[in-house]
Design a protein. Structure first.
Length: 490
């Protein structure tokens, strides 16, 4: 039995309302109603839409302040313009994996938080969702909320309101409330809103791009020229920093599960990857270019120095809007993860719980710690878990030929085909552990340096090593996936 409760709709006497839309191929008709589905199975009769809708979902979330921060950080780390550009491209290629994970959504009619029961077992997956699904999602929510809040503080100051601690807290709460409203209403509202949000953000950032390119120093050379092992250490750390973004979306099936089962896999992968890759490269590239002429240790203040005064409010508004867009996706998935952990609460309630935790972390991040250091180190550390997790998920899709029994996946009883041994799929659990441990041995951050990284002169190989080890272990130990023995695909 699935650990979820339907959200009641006011005009149906509390009965669950199917908010996803009409027949396959037709657009959703109830974006203004709270989505009724949580982690339960989406029947074929409620599937709708086209893969192309996924582009704006991911693009709107990719045009945000954090991209500027990360792009500027590459130059601050000592890379020159072309080295930073190469890192951006390589790191953002991981969006292809995000797209590949998305294909499991229409196949199962279930979110990633449920599909991963096939990887880790019913009980094992609860632990996976608690850590990889919920804790890391809330951390990303807090990081992004911090970024939006910084921009909003400046916007508030421009209208003459003193930005004291009380005002900061109020601003953070308001931004979180707007974000959570989108997440609570759910999938249909996200699909409806994100195309216009993408267009608005694209226009604003196009103006920013023109100004930044005019001021950029295309012949920029870092004060300290990196060579040899120092250069490789920085490049690999930069790739991990960029790749942490797409790798954090191990939940990409959450946003594709309403698509018809017959939607071409190539289209799902392509539109998802393109929606993440294009803004991921372009927005971070603006951060790189800006760092060649201004100090990007404080990206917002730095960009305000070169932007026209009349345009600054629009720029600050866009930073807030973009972050609301990406955080609504994060909160949506975190709410599903909390249900998949086993809490029998409505999805809308679980989303509000996520928001409360993220606001608390945000207040700490802004009022106590250094924001830029926090971003860099948290993103680098999360790849220790996210890299192996994505690798196992992607490998499982290949092994099962993307054949998932969505109804069987909702069965949490001991008779479930995904109960395995003691509720744990040890092939997945041990592969994740092996990948995470080897990744930790190779990681190099301000907070922790693994012994292998230290022996290699602080070269961070955590991402490739963790993914290869996890993928290899899972492929060798998971030879007869349950789906291939039990599922008949129509």
């Amino acid at each position: 039995m699935a650990s979820t409760l339907p959200d009641p709709c006011p005009d149906t006497g509390g009965a669950a309302e199917h908010t996803a839309g009409g027949p396959p191929g037709e657009p959703p008709a109830a974006a203004t109603r709270i989505e009724a589905h949580g982690i339960d199975h989406i029947p074929d009769s409620e599937r709708h839409g086209r893969a192309s809708e996924l582009f704006s979902v991911w693009a709107a979330g990719g045009i945000n302040y954090l991209g500027l921060v990360v792009g500027g950080a590459l130059v601050l780390m000592g890379l020159n313009l072309w080295q930073a550009l190469a890192v951006l491209v390589v790191g953002n290629l991981f969006w292809i994996l995000t797209g590949w994970l998305s294909v499991s959504g229409p196949a199962a009619g279930a979110p990633s938080e449920v599909i991963t029961r096939a990887l880790f077992g019913v009980i094992g997956n609860r632990v996976n969702n608690a850590i990889v699904g919920w804790v890391i999602s809330v951390c990303y929510f807090a990081l992004n909320l911090s970024a939006a809040a910084v921009a909003a503080f400046s916007l508030v100051a421009k209208v003459g309101i003193p930005v004291n601690t009380g005002v900061k807290v109020a601003v953070i709460v308001v931004i979180a409330a707007l974000t959570l409203t989108i997440s609570v209403y759910g999938h249909a509202l996200i699909v409806k809103l994100y195309l216009p949000i993408t267009l608005v953000l694209a226009v604003v950032f196009a103006v920013v791009a023109v100004v930044v390119v005019q001021h950029a120093d295309f012949g920029y050379v870092p004060e300290h020229h990196l060579t040899g092992i120092d250069l490789w250490a920085t490049v690999l750390a930069g790739v991990s920093l960029i790749a942490a973004g797409p790798l954090s979306y191990t939940t990409s099936a959450d946003f594709s599960r309403y698509l018809p089962r017959t939607t071409p896999k190539r289209a799902i992968v392509g539109w998802t990857a393109l929606g993440g890759f294009v803004p991921g490269v372009l927005v971070s590239l603006l951060g790189v270019l800006a760092a060649t002429t201004v100090d990007m240790s404080d990206p917002q203040a730095a960009l305000e120095k070169i932007l026209p005064g009349w345009f600054t409010p629009a720029f600050l508004f866009a930073l807030v809007l973009g972050t609301i867009a990406v955080n609504a996706l994060t909160a949506y998935s975190a709410g599903l993860a909390l249900q998949a952990v086993g809490l029998r609460i409505r999805r809308s309630v679980s989303v509000l719980f996520d928001g409360t935790a993220a606001v608390a972390l945000t207040l700490y991040g802004l009022l106590v710690s250094n924001f830029l250091d926090t971003v860099n180190n948290v993103l680098q550390l999360t790849v220790v878990l996210l890299g192996p997790s994505v690798a196992i998920y992607a490998t499982d899709i290949v092994l099962r030929r993307n054949r998932y029994d969505g109804i069987a996946l909702t069965d949490e009883s001991r008779g479930s085909p995904f109960w395995y041994r003691g509720g744990v799929n040890w092939a997945g659990a041990l592969s994740l552990l092996a990948g995470a441990v080897t990744s930790a041995l190779c990681v190099n951050t301000l907070y922790f340096t693994g012994p292998i990284a230290a022996a290699l002169g602080h070269v961070d190989l955590a991402l490739p090593v963790g993914m290869v080890v996890a993928c290899g272990c899972y492929a060798l130990t998971m030879r007869r996936p349950v789906a291939l023995r039990n599922v008949t695909v129509p």
